[in-house]
Design a protein around this ligand. Structure first.
Ligand SMILES: NC(=O)c1ccc[n+]([C@@H]2O[C@H](COP(=O)([O-])OP(=O)(O)OC[C@H]3O[C@@H](n4cnc5c(N)ncnc54)[C@H](O)[C@@H]3O)[C@@H](O)[C@H]2O)c1
Length: 441
């Protein structure tokens, strides 16, 4: 078994650290956020991720999983280092801010006195890994004995534990300039996964980095494709949900990721497609990705459209209207509100003069931090109380299973807009509601 350090204990890093311990390794999670570390040390996951708390507690209990803010401790404890810190969008630019990744290498490499392998997991612009490998070898006392490889992460929030322990595939980019140990070490670390015959793709650094960004670009494109069809369906009086089912039967197309609605958000897809465009521009390949501008634009238009639909439902003006927003997280089974369409729509509606009350089963604390001026309810009933229109913007099961008859007596107007096309129009209409979906006549 291997001694592993994981730098960054956010959505990716905390999950990776706990899951590596679950595989039997001895793991040290490293972060600069002391309050996050204190929570993790006490067995509390600082965010919502189903199933993670059990894995965390179990492995803290066995002593295989510990946390620290000390890079010195990490460097003396581990010979394998994973980097999972954030790579957000730069302020005012499309490009990714890689300063956190750089800071890990600058902090760690000077402490590496023995041969070590650093695996990057964060999503980075192509070319970053090669640069970091050179930098690590230049800064480390162990010099040429330091290997840096890229092992992009594909986990989905909400399924992060399952995706880490049983991924669709493992991708490893190795550095031809390095000492050449990374593949062997990765095979040891992931031995249990490889025994499950999970596909393991070993390639160069640039390809590994691009696998991640192109996968996200493809997924974003698929969602914006169906949302573009949704715009056409609205104009033509057609139904995008039937259209998606029908085209989805074609194996070459597939039904997944073809749900029209208020579009994608979160801490990955929006910033990753923008960083991808910025990087392609730097490489002189910007024409190849100009379509992603359109993908981004279609996505953002859906938010505007939702605001318009809410305004129409309130008789042409949002001034003085009461709007209930069900959902704040960018998707169900997560408390992540980074670039969340739901909160963005709620904010825009409030700016147009409405009183907005938001409810989300898990994302209330994060929402309050990001949008402190919105109203927040403690449950669905409180959120919809006296509402002129109810918007379902995150398809939590609790909202999908909402009983129109139970909510009806609470609202001022029985008007619902289904921003995720996750409700039954028939059921709501039969209960006397005006139901509007996105891209549905
Ligand atoms: N969240 C996902 O679903 C997901 C999936 C695949 C890939 N990724 C990628 O993984 C990376 C991390 O994303 P996330 O969602 O976990 O972000 P996050 O913001 O939840 O976590 C990042 C963590 O890094 C810590 N950190 C910052 N600087 C540090 C330093 N110098 N040393 C140690 N720790 C430091 C922060 O305190 C924070 O806890 C990003 O590149 C993201 O694109 C995320």
């Amino acid at each position: 078994m291997t001694n592993i350090a994981v730098f960054g204990t956010g959505y990716l890093g905390a999950t990776h650290a706990a899951c590596m311990a679950e595989l039997g390794h001895d793991v040290l999670g490293v972060d600069v956020d002391e309050s996050k570390l204190a929570k993790l040390e006490s067995g509390e996951v600082p965010f919502y991720e189903p199933g993670l708390e059990e894995v965390l507690k179990r492995n803290i209990g066995t002593g295989r999983l510990r946390f620290t803010s000390s890079y010195e401790e990490a460097a003396s404890f581990a010979d394998v280092h994973f980097v999972g810190v954030g790579t957000p969008q730069k302020k005012g630019e499309f490009a990714a801010d890689v300063t956190y990744v750089d800071a890990v290498i600058d902090g760690l490499a000077p402490l590496l006195t023995r041969p070590a392998v650093i695996f990057g997991k964060s999503t980075v612009p192509v070319g970053t890994a090669e640069r970091l490998g050179r930098r690590a070898r230049a800064l480390a006392p162990a010099g040429a004995e330091v290997d840096l490889a890229w092992n992009p992460e594909f986990l989905r929030e909400g399924f992060a534990v399952q995706d880490t322990l049983h991924p669709d595939r493992l991708v490893l980019g190795v550095d031809r300039e390095g000492p050449g140990r990374a593949e062997e070490v990765a095979r040891e670390v992931y031995a249990d996964l490889l025994a499950e015959k999970i596909p393991f793709i070993v390639t160069d650094l640039a390809t590994a980095e691009l696998v991640k960004t192109s996968a996200n670009a493809f997924l974003a494109t698929k969602i914006s494709f169906i949302n573009a069809m949704s715009e056409v369906c609205e104009a033509a009086g057609a139904d995008v949900t039937v259209l998606a089912d029908a085209i989805g039967h074609d194996d070459r197309i597939g039904r997944r990721f073809l749900n029209a609605g208020v579009g994608f958000g979160g801490g990955c897809l929006p910033k990753d497609i923008r960083a991808f465009m910025a990087r392609a521009g730097e490489l002189g390949a910007d024409q190849a990705l100009t379509f992603l501008r359109e993908v981004d634009a279609v996505n953002m238009r859906r938010r505007t459209r939702m605001v318009e639909m809410a305004r129409e439902a309130c008789g042409g003006s949002l001034l003085g209207a009461r709007v209930a927003v069900l959902g704040a997280a960018f998707k169900p089974e997560s408390d992540d509100v980074r670039d969340s369409p739901a909160l963005n729509v709620a904010g825009q509606i409030q700016l147009q003069g409405a009183t907005v009350t938001v409810y989300d089963p898990k994302a209330m604390d994060n929402s309050r931090k990001l949008f402190p001026t919105l109203g927040y309810a403690t449950d669905v009933s409180q959120a919809v109380e006296g509402a002129d229109v109810v918007l379902v913007l995150t398809e939590w099961r609790q909202f999908r299973e909402l009983q129109p008859g139970r909510v009806g007596p609470l609202v001022r107007q029985r008007s619902i807009i289904d921003g995720r096309n996750c409700l039954s129009p028939k059921g709501w209409r039969e209960a006397g509601w005006v139901y509007r979906g996105m891209g549905r006549s």
